[in-house]
Design a binder for this molecule. Structure first.
Ligand code: FPP
Length: 242
């Protein structure tokens, strides 16, 4: 599969699951699984650029992940900060732009600072947009958008009748980013887990048993090939059934 393939998804969103199980299978600490998971992030970002995918959204830390043991949360935050700092040259070389979605203000101050620095450093790039979902929850996103819209109605800036799909989309964290075409979940769980609830309305779903630390370019290519064989109908009927 090459960048010129016709049915390459424009936007791939991934629920990166299975780091813990990967570590357990090897008798290692969970943190080792997350470290190996960060290697997969590196490989998949590069592969997306090579395949001509325009947007990659990664579920890196959910609103629910704050309830994990304190040491694991802290290790994940350190890993994120380390990745954001260390990867700038490689991301820059590969023309990657960076964005973040979620309640970013809930992250530790140092992680927020590094994130802002990395986003700024890569802001002029024009290739793949890497979107990190951090302290992200789909319901919280809808709550935040609803609050913003309600404020606008209250201030008399818009009418209730002005609220439509487009207006809601414009008030999500993902404003300006097209909806995902393909949602990938690793490690076999058949759940959406509060990820991009509004945006995945018409996404094709691909679930693999492969654990995230083992998900590298060949697995991404398989997911894209499966996507290429799907007939997307967006709620309409097949052409041949008309
Ligand atoms: C799920 O595995 C994974 C996470 C909760 C965090 C994802 C983090 C990374 C891939 C590493 C760092 C990220 C970046 C962007 C550098 P799990 O712990 O739920 O696995 P389990 O279900 O097998 O226990």
């Amino acid at each position: 599969m090459t960048a010129s393939s016709k049915k390459i998804p424009r936007h791939v969103a991934i629920i990166m699951d299975g780091n813990g199980r990967w570590a357990k299978q090897r008798g290692k600490a969970r943190l080792e699984g997350h470290r190996a998971g960060a290697e997969s992030v590196r490989a998949i970002v590069r592969a997306c650029g090579e395949l001509g995918i325009e947007y990659l959204t990664l579920y890196a830390f959910s609103s629910e992940n704050w309830n994990r043991p304190r040491a694991e949360v802290s290790a994940l935050m350190h890993l994120l900060e380390f990745y954001l700092k260390q990867e700038i040259p490689e991301l820059d070389k590969n023309n990657v732009r960076l964005a973040a979605i979620g309640r970013i203000h809930e992250l530790p101050g140092s992680a927020q600072k590094q994130l802002a620095k990395s986003i700024e450093a890569l802001s002029k790039n024009t290739g793949l947009t890497l979107v990190l979902a951090l302290s992200y929850g789909g319901r919280a996103e809808l709550v935040d958008a609803t609050r913003e819209i309600a404020r606008m109605v209250k201030a008399g800036q818009i009418d209730i009748a002005d609220i439509d799909d487009k207006l809601i989309s414009q008030h999500l964290y993902t404003r300006g980013i097209p909806d995902p075409d393909l949602l990938v979940r690793t490690s076999g769980e058949l759940r959406v887990s509060n990820f991009l609830l509004w945006q995945i309305s018409y996404a094709e779903i691909y679930v693999t048993d492969v654990l995230w630390p083992d998900f590298r370019k060949p697995e991404l290519v398989k997911a894209c090939e499966a996507f290429g064989k799907r007939h997307r109908r967006f709620g309409l009927v097949n052409q041949e059934d008309k």
